[in-house]
Design a protein around this ligand. Structure first.
Ligand SMILES: *Cc1c(COP(=O)(O)O)cnc(C)c1O
Length: 456
């Protein structure tokens, strides 16, 4: 197809937006391993999970069989405020790089939370409201998830308690204030408000906190309060389900112009945006209808897929959460303090872990200075200032496009541009000032942190 025919931005009509989420587990021959009760080592039942999560979300978490799950009208109406998100043809980037590759990105940064996380936050808040709950608790690292959830909770009139990793709480005051603008209460973690927070503070005095530790606190806060449940912004299968809206829209937009991607690339922290983006395409691959390459991109400083082990592990530092089988670096793993690019969770979605283990998806890790160099290059040619997380995908998409320049291949590359980086300017500053380093954990460090995984 000629250049004029494919617009810079492919938008869908409201009427073309998905009306059901796609559940890739339904098409997986080998299902992701079940969550286990850390006490008994047995698969968790819906009744056990319902102490932590809303009933409807428990049902979605355990649903390995229904291919499509209808999106309630209220959620679809909220989606319409900022969706469909554009699929952008990166003509400027292609031209600047001199590559024959055709590059597309799905841009999820067009809402105040600045990322794709709102897609799941609104769904989780909706089900909490429907169940008649008072509020929800959660953790947030860099702050995107907390922001998305506070927006969703204010929309449905729910209380929102956010435990924010202490170092981010101190370094990202603006994120914190956005959450408070939407009515959330924000507590630095580890705090002295919870049993587990007090224990972690005692064991590691002066700790900066971690995502795993904030999760433990948020779970405790939910399970010890009447009318509260815990919600999580990534990793869980229900979150990947909600994020399938990204992939469904991408596929609908590509189909409109008869475009078939060769490779689909996404950054992977807990795996939700990547899982959501690739799901419908992976479904075709699983059913033998089409073939695609899928690439997960992770930071070299937190390389769960490329250097972790596929075992049952705790989802949180405090070891209060269910056990999940996933590629993990060990629940005590903490990326080096100078790691600035996000994606710092020690584990990975069990859906993506299983797909990767079966060789259906590839994974690569990239160093953070290369990531920021790609982010800056992209910002200058495509105009969007990317989140550092998103820039991991940009970096590998550009690497693929460069290979095409060398070989002359006209591959079609699609990647997920998950969000904007306005709250990450301290990290950009470090990069500009030449103060950013690439710390990569040693095999010994990873082995040491993996030793804490339960023997199952
Ligand atoms: C949270 C976040 C990610 C990583 O989370 P996943 O669950 O792996 O998608 C990536 N990009 C942005 C902008 C984020 O906020």
């Amino acid at each position: 197809m000629e250049k004029e025919k494919i617009p810079y931005k492919i938008y869908l009509e409201e009427s073309e937006m998905p009306t059901a989420w796609y559940n890739v587990r339904a098409d997986m021959k080998k299902k992701p391993a079940p969550l286990l009760n850390p006490g008994t080592g047995k698969p968790l039942t819906a009744a056990e999970l319902s102490h932590v999560f809303c009933d409807e979300l428990v049902a979605q978490e355990l649903n390995d069989t229904d291919r499509y799950i209808p999106i309630p009208q209220e959620i679809r109406d909220f989606y319409k405020m900022y969706r469909p998100s554009p699929l952008v043809r990166a003509y400027c980037l292609e031209q600047k790089m001199g590559t024959p590759a055709k590059i597309y990105y799905k841009f999820e940064g067009n809402n105040t939370s600045g990322s794709h996380k709102l897609n799941s936050a609104i769904a989780q808040a909706y089900y909490a409201k429907k169940q008649g709950l008072v509020g929800v608790t959660t953790e947030t690292g860099a702050g995107q998830w907390g922001t998305a959830l506070s927006m969703a909770c204010s929309y449905f009139g729910l209380d929102c308690k956010v435990y924010m990793v202490k170092v981010s709480y101190e370094q990202k005051p603006f994120r914190r204030e956005v959450m408070r603008t939407y009515g959330a209460s924000v507590t630095p973690s580890p705090s002295m408000e919870t049993e587990v927070g007090r224990r972690i503070n005692k064991e590691f005095p002066g700790t900066n906190g971690s995502l795993g530790c904030a999760i433990s606190e948020a779970v405790e806060a939910a399970t010890t309060r009447e009318g509260y449940r815990y919600v999580l912004g990534s990793v869980l299968s229900q979150v990947l389900l909600h994020q399938s809206v990204i992939g469904l829209e991408t596929k609908a937009a590509l189909d409109k112009y008869g475009i078939k991607p060769d490779v689909i690339i996404g950054c992977a922290g807990g795996g939700s945006n990547l899982g959501g983006l690739i799901s419908p395409f992976m479904g075709e691959k699983l059913r033998g209808e089409a073939d695609y390459r899928f690439v997960a991109v992770e930071p070299a400083s937190c390389p769960s897929l490329t250097r972790g082990r596929y075992v049952y592990d705790f989802c949180d530092t405090g070891k209060v959460c269910p056990l999940a089988k996933m590629y993990t670096l060990g629940s005590g793993f903490m990326p080096s303090p100078n790691h600035a690019g996000g994606l710092r969770y020690h584990g990975m979605s069990s859906i993506l872990s299983e797909l990767y283990d079966e060789g259906l998806m590839e994974a690569v890790s990239v160093g953070q200075t290369d990531v920021f160099a790609a982010a800056e290059y992209f910002a200058r040619v495509e105009g969007i200032l990317p989140a550092p997380e998103s820039a991991h995908a940009i970096k590998v998409a550009m690497d693929e496009a460069e290979k095409c320049r060398l070989t002359g291949e006209e591959k079609t590359i699609v990647f997920g541009l998950t969000g904007t980086g306005y709250f990450d300017m301290v990290a950009y500053q470090k990069f500009h000032d030449g103060q950013m380093t690439d710390y990569v954990p040693t095999d010994e460090e990873i082995a040491k942190s993996l030793a804490s995984a339960p023997q199952i």
